[in-house]
Design a protein around this ligand. Structure first.
Ligand code: MN
Length: 309
């Protein structure tokens, strides 16, 4: 099943190229708004699955006639795995397992806009990632049991403002900014994904394919990520665990860009980028930059404020 929010944050089930409004089907779940209605539904999903499947056979509205919203609005936690790919064999062993938090205020949805802040970043990038949506409270879960805690999957962008000062551990100011976590267009329940460790992930900037990798290149596999994250804090229904990216295809995000992400089976997430400072960079990916023998991991800023930082 594919769950989404649309228009005035109605809850919908995707049925072909239509969406069926199922808000009333789940209205007895205690909630104060759409943000905790979806987390309540995730927690009690098996009690509602049959009713939702029946409701989804009703008349839908064409997707083209609705505004799709983020499928999760206010998760309690967004955990993001750091440096979690083998990068096509260019790493000899997995990096030590690590993660960081993003603020829930980073979430935006399809057709929304990622806004680049007025800060002296050396480049802004958005990492294409497979995200897990947690299905039940997860604390000290073993890797052997971890897959049972997954409710579903979705597209996730890990927006990143690189090179901020002072140099060192700048995860917080690099990653947790407003609008830096586009998600959606929907959550795909886990039963629809045969092998989450074998999914193509593709990202386009203005129609140009930039990132193109498979989740089989993940360094610490999904069960280990859940085991490790849940050994640090309790994950709750509707929480997000993003599983990392292959950095080689990363490229600059710039004002006016239209970015599209498609993880196999999860639909296409399209969103916009705005930079009021109109800064520019080369369009080279990190791989192209390296192949030219140029300095640094990513291409330098060409014009605009902070270009001569
Ligand atoms: Mn990332």
């Amino acid at each position: 099943m594919k769950l989404l929010h649309f228009d005035d944050f109605r809850l919908g089930v995707l049925a072909g190229d239509t969406v069926v409004d199922v808000t009333d089907t789940v209205s007895d779940i205690p909630h104060t708004g759409p943000h905790d209605l979806i987390s309540g539904l995730i927690e009690h999903f098996e009690d509602y699955r049959g009713a939702l499947e029946s409701a989804a056979k009703g008349k839908g509205v064409p997707l083209a006639d609705v505004r799709i919203r983020p499928p999760l609005l206010r998760p309690a936690t967004i955990d993001c795995m750091a440096v979690n790919y083998m990068e096509d064999g260019t790493r000899s062993e997995p990096a030590p397992i690590n993660a960081f938090h993003k603020s829930p205020s980073a979430i935006i949805g399809p057709e929304d806009t990622m806004v680049l802040p007025d800060v002296p970043a050396t480049i802004f990038e958005g990492e294409a990632e497979l995200a897990i949506v947690i299905g039940k409270p997860a604390s000290n879960v073993s890797a052997a049991d971890a897959m049972d805690y997954i409710f579903g999957y979705m597209n996730f962008i890990d927006g990143s403002a690189r090179g901020l000062l002072p140099a060192g551990n700048t995860f917080f100011q690099m990653k947790s900014r407003d609008t830096f976590a586009p998600i959606g267009p929907y959550i795909v329940t886990a039963d629809e994904i045969d092998d989450p460790q074998k999914l193509d992930v593709k990202l386009w900037v203005n129609g140009d394919l930039k990132q193109d990798f498979n989740t089989d290149d993940m360094a610490h596999k999904i069960p280990r990520c859940i085991e490790w994250a849940s050994s640090i804090h309790t994950l709750l229904p509707g929480d997000i665990l993003a599983t990392g990216t292959n950095h080689r295809g990363l490229s600059s995000f710039q004002d006016g860009d239209v970015v599209e992400l498609e993880t196999e089976g999860m639909g296409r997430l399209r969103f916009n980028v705005r930079d009021d400072l109109k800064r520019t960079w080369s369009r080279d990916t990190r791989l192209e930059h390296a192949e030219k023998g140029l300095d640094g991991p990513a291409t330098p800023q060409l014009t605009g404020k902070y270009a001569d930082r």
